[in-house]
Design a protein around this ligand. Structure first.
Ligand SMILES: [Ca+2]
Ligand SMILES: [Ca+2]
Length: 101
């Protein structure tokens, strides 16, 4: 299961995971590959309605080299960490699981 960020709390949780060796950039489960500009979570098919955290100027659907961008990348070092990126790039990814406290 790819990760779904449904709240700022979930986003903050990823920041704190850095101490365990998380990569600077990685894939999440968001995409607008089906309909340009219509962002959904690929696992659920649900749109981004409750929480979004795009980097300034993003999503721009342009890698500045002529390719469109349809997959949601998380850039851990930014306070607004979301960027659309080219889907066939190789990046690490994180997964979501239930936790008990
Ligand atoms: Ca796009
Ligand atoms: Ca982009």
């Amino acid at each position: 299961m790819s990760v779904v960020f449904e709240s700022d709390l979930g986003s903050q949780g990823v920041y704190t995971s850095y101490q365990w060796g998380l990569a600077a950039k990685f894939w999440t489960g968001g995409t607008d590959a089906d309909v340009e500009g219509n962002w959904i979570w690929s696992m659920t098919g649900k749109p981004f309605t409750t929480f979004e955290s795009w980097k300034t100027g993003e999503p721009n659907n342009d890698d500045l080299r002529g390719k469109e961008e349809h997959c949601l990348e998380f850039i851990r070092t930014l306070s607004k960490p979301w960027n659309d990126s080219v889907c066939n790039l190789t990046k690490p990814f994180i997964c979501e699981k239930n936790a008990f406290y």
